[in-house]
Design a protein around this ligand. Structure first.
Ligand code: GLV
Length: 318
């Protein structure tokens, strides 16, 4: 018997060509799942899902029967906070192990760069100066990892494998804890994990509860001269408290990959602050083949009448 049932979706982004970047075939190439660019949609009523990255404010307006919005990344904050997305619509994310590995690699790089002072070693090289630097066993450095999702787990695994003392702030203590890693859960988990830490890595999802969570209270718990690796979302960082923590010496510096406004505006003071290492939201990216596969799987699950396995919990915000 021939199957005729199909499901239609639309690609919505204000700043990305989702079709070519992720190799998402449009104009109905897949037997079950038909994908369209907005300008190709002839019957907006038939659109049941959207594949999104930072959709425009009015992007969802033409599609009254939208049941699912899928982020092409791990973060769904831009969808949950979107004024045009109906609150009954399911929101999905991509869950990509390779993206998590990239996140771990970025973190390990920043941590080692700072602790071993590779910047000073490069300057020594430039002066042809053979100038070894002192070093300490990794276990003497305590790293607080804020978040234990797909990204947080991967970051923790990498840091623990390098020998650091790792303390993870999580919602609930995991059933499968990593050997040698400390876990703290509960309302003040983030503060307890930060207590006396030399480095804090933020991999939390952005929700109402985590906005501005990198603030004076948290910085006050860290060891003097500590370092922040900020790979969550720009809105996690309370910028005034952050500058105060840098000026007081509580924070020696930070690796910042995400910002409230991206690209970081040309006149933003972060650019020229020698205490900061700035990267343009490149800590990780989702893998095109995995995005493609997970978009199709989620659409087929929706077509089959089930809640997509990548749907997030809207009340929790991730
Ligand atoms: C990147 O920022 C993502 O949300 O995947």
């Amino acid at each position: 018997m021939q199957r005729t049932e199909t499901i239609s979706g639309v690609l919505l982004s204000s700043n990305m060509d989702l079709k070519s970047f992720y190799g998402l075939e449009t104009s109905g190439r897949d037997a079950d799942v038909r994908l369209f660019e907005p300008e190709e949609v002839s019957d907006p009523d038939a659109i049941r899902f959207a594949v999104c990255w930072l959709p425009d404010t009015d992007a969802f307006a033409p599609y009254p029967n939208l049941q699912m919005a899928m982020s092409i990344g791990a973060g769904v904050d831009a969808l949950l906070g979107h004024p045009g997305l109906d609150e009954t619509a399911m929101v999905c994310r991509v869950r990509d192990p390779h993206q998590a590995e990239l996140m771990a690699g970025y973190t390990a790089h920043e941590v080692l760069h700072v602790l071993r002072d590779f910047a000073a070693l490069k300057e020594s090289q430039d002066r042809q100066d053979w100038a070894p630097l002192p070093m300490a066993p990794p276990r003497d450095t305590t790293i607080a990892v804020l978040g234990n999702g797909t990204m947080g787990k991967s970051v923790t695994r990498a840091l623990a494998a390098l020998g650091f003392t790792v303390r993870v702030a999580c919602r609930t203590i995991p059933d499968d804890p990593l050997a040698g890693v400390g876990y703290v859960a509960g309302a003040d988990a983030v503060l307890r994990a930060a207590e006396g830490a030399n480095i804090v890595v933020n991999v939390l999802p952005l929700t109402q509860a985590t906005e501005n969570i990198l603030n004076a209270r948290l910085f006050g718990r860290l060891a003097e001269g500590s370092w922040l690796v900020q790979i969550g979302r720009g809105e996690h960082l309370h910028e005034m408290d952050f500058m105060a923590a840098l000026d007081s010496g509580r924070l020696a510096g930070a690796s910042l990959d995400v910002f409230r406004q991206e690209p970081l505006p040309a006149d933003h003071p972060f650019w020229n602050d020698k205490r900061l290492r700035i990267t343009p939201h490149i800590a990780s990216d989702s893998t095109p083949s995995i995005v493609r596969e997970q978009v199709l799987t989620s659409a087929k699950e929706l077509l089959g009448g089930s809640v997509p396995s990548l749907a997030i919990d809207r009340r929790r915000g991730y």
